[in-house]
Design a protein around this ligand. Structure first.
Ligand SMILES: CC1=C(/C=C/C(C)=C/C=C/C(C)=C/C=C/C=C(C)/C=C/C=O)C(C)(C)CCC1
Ligand SMILES: [Fe+2]
Length: 579
């Protein structure tokens, strides 16, 4: 009996001690920083077991070209009038040829039209040159991110050998399967991947109207699918150039106005070129940050071996085979003045991490603050092979448990670091952030991040596909962002993060997988979360309907859903266009 009382006393004592310590940690900054720094040392692989099969979400579907009326339950706000446009992979084979990677699937365009509380749906495969060429040959003739097009089996050995040395550009061997995102230049909408091609589209009919090649306008080999926009419509993007001088990361600006009606990205300019740390092994990047006055480029140790990329065809390997995670290198931040094109001299470094999607960035007290979805393990690209996503049982659990989770982190980059600044001290003046920037003896600034989330986010599998109230808060100090929780390999919950209070709000429905949340501001409101969240929610269950979900962005409560009895694959990105 005594022993039990003793155990009870000890367990209570330890509970009190832990509670006291956790309060002290939050109240004493140096303790809080220590705990934060220790927590920064490990990649987080939250474990799952008995994950449900999601193979139907990454399997070929039929397009739905005829408009379908959705069955609305609950309600869609009367003020909500426009298109939710989304894109993602929707066809994963041609004839006997099958794609290897999730990113390779043929672009399927989804359109939800909302007006007066009603919702309709349609989808169409983008009629890219790649899609048409593959269809004509009934096989994969153009390589994608993770799939190398194999030579024509009807050619003789000599012809097939020669085909490996086709002159790039003779028959556009570069894919225009723009399946990543909708982007906007000079008021027109385009579909983008990460190559030199984009496809201009009619957002009403989902028809492609024009193919655009970045190389015809500026000396870049491609651009990201995540450009940023100033309030006046000026667009900024980033893209690589490769030459005898090595590789450069180029900051691109596209003016907002058309001089002639038929213009596309005319007037595009490279305003700054940043030499890569290694000429033949530049970093892969998927997005970048932008504030009112600066572009922030994250040079991460996810490297593209150009020699491997250039020889991939004769080696029988895909583009993705040339990308490798190299954590022996640190991650570096470059800051470019948008107005002068000047690369700031600050050399900002952090421990190695990978980011796919930036959340937001802003300027405060002489610093750039940039928030990113970060993974400490950069091998997730390799994992997103279709064969992995289609696994079942323990095999699927092992795939999931091999991917590092993504968490929101804040970095603070002091803009004006002088020779007189003291070494070894935190140069960040921001009292509201535990992120630090410490000048080293060699002049480099070592940046440690602040976690922008409460502990509970690990239980949600981390967060990705971040979105904010972009129109009113991009590049500005903000408080809320939305994203998908990843307790599976695709999003399986919607999350609202308050980066000030570090609290979460979650929407989830077991067996259903919501897409990237899109924020739509309510008319006439200036509140940051005054509006709704739209998300396309899909399920592998054959007897259930997919639906467009609408949440109140303030309390994250479901307002309504528009059910559509149509199979949809899990997509990448989208945008809302008011009509
Ligand atoms: C990888 C992770 C995620 C998803 C990231 C996404 C959707 C990235 C998409 C990138 C694509 C489609 C790139 C395509 C590039 C094509 C090229 C360069 C073609 C070259 C052909 O030769 C999340 C799901 C956000 C979660 C973490 C990991
Ligand atoms: Fe993306």
């Amino acid at each position: 009996m005594f022993f039990q009382i003793f155990l009870h006393f000890v367990s209570n004592l330890s509970t009190i001690a832990v509670g006291f310590l956790s309060v002290m940690i939050q109240r004493i900054p140096i303790l809080k920083k220590y705990v934060e720094s220790t927590r920064q040392k490990k990649a987080i692989f939250s474990k799952q077991e008995r994950l449900p099969c999601i193979a139907p979400l990454v399997t070929t579907v039929e397009e739905t070209p005829q408009i379908v009326s959705a069955c609305v339950r609950g309600h869609f706000p009367q003020w909500l009038r426009g298109y939710l446009l989304r894109v993602g992979p929707g066809k994963f084979e041609f004839g006997k040829d099958k794609y290897n990677h999730w990113f390779d699937g043929m672009a399927l365009l989804h359109q939800f039209r909302m007006e007066k509380g009603t919702v309709t749906y349609r989808s169409k495969f983008l009629q890219s040159d790649t899609y048409k060429a593959n269809s004509v040959h009934d096989r994969i003739v153009i390589s994608e991110f993770g799939t190398l097009a194999v030579p024509d089996p009807c050619k003789n050995v000599f012809e097939r050998f020669l085909s490996k040395f086709e002159v790039p550009g003779k028959v556009s061997a570069i894919t225009d399967n723009t399946n990543v995102n909708y982007v906007q230049y000079k008021g027109d909408y385009y579909l983008s991947t990460e190559t030199n091609f984009m496809n201009k589209v009619d957002i009403k009919t989902l028809e492609k109207t024009e193919k655009v090649d970045w190389r015809k306008f500026i000396a870049v080999n491609g651009a990201t699918a995540h450009p940023h926009y100033d309030a006046d419509g000026t667009a900024y993007n980033m893209g690589n150039s490769y030459g005898s001088h090595g590789s450069c990361y180029n900051v691109i600006r596209v003016p907002p106005e058309k001089v002639d009606l038929g213009e596309t990205i005319h007037g595009a300019q490279v305003i700054c070129s940043i030499a890569s740390a290694e000429g033949m092994r530049p970093s892969y990047y998927h997005s970048f940050g932008m504030t009112r006055n600066y572009v922030i480029f994250i040079e991460q140790p996810l490297k593209m071996n150009l020699w491997k990329v250039v020889t991939s065809k004769i080696r029988g390997k895909s583009f993705a085979d040339g990308i490798s995670w190299e954590p022996q290198y640190n991650t570096r931040f470059h800051v470019v003045d948008k107005h002068t094109g000047q690369l700031l001299p600050g050399m900002y470094y952090s421990k190695p991490f990978v980011t796919f999607h930036q959340i937001n960035a802003f300027e405060d007290q002489g610093c750039v603050v940039i928030d990113l979805c970060c993974q400490d393990d950069g091998r997730s690209l390799e994992v997103y092979q279709l064969q992995n996503l289609r696994k079942v049982g323990e095999g699927l659990d092992q795939v999931y448990n091999s991917v590092g989770r993504s968490f929101p982190r804040r970095f603070v980059l002091p803009l004006h670091v002088s020779l007189n600044d003291p070494e070894g001290q935190n140069l960040s003046p921001l009292s509201y952030s535990s992120a630090s920037a410490v000048k080293q003896a060699d002049g480099k600034i070592w940046c440690s991040y602040e976690n922008l989330h409460p502990e509970g986010l690990e239980d949600e599998g981390g967060i990705e596909f971040p979105q904010i109230n972009y129109g009113q808060f991009s590049g500005r100090k903000y408080r809320f962002f939305y994203g998908c929780g990843f307790r599976h390999l695709v999003g399986d919950s919607l999350i609202k993060v308050d980066v000030v209070n570090k609290t979460l709000m979650i929407w989830r429905e077991d067996g259903f997988y919501p897409s990237e949340p899109v924020f739509v501001p309510a008319p006439g409101t200036s509140e940051e979360d005054g509006g709704v969240i739209l998300s396309v929610v899909i399920t592998p269950k054959q007897n259930e309907n997919n639906f467009l979900l609408v949440l109140d962005a303030k309390n994250f409560e479901e307002l309504g859903r528009a059910e559509v009895p149509v199979q949809m694959p899990y997509g990448f990105h989208g945008t809302f266009v008011t009509i």
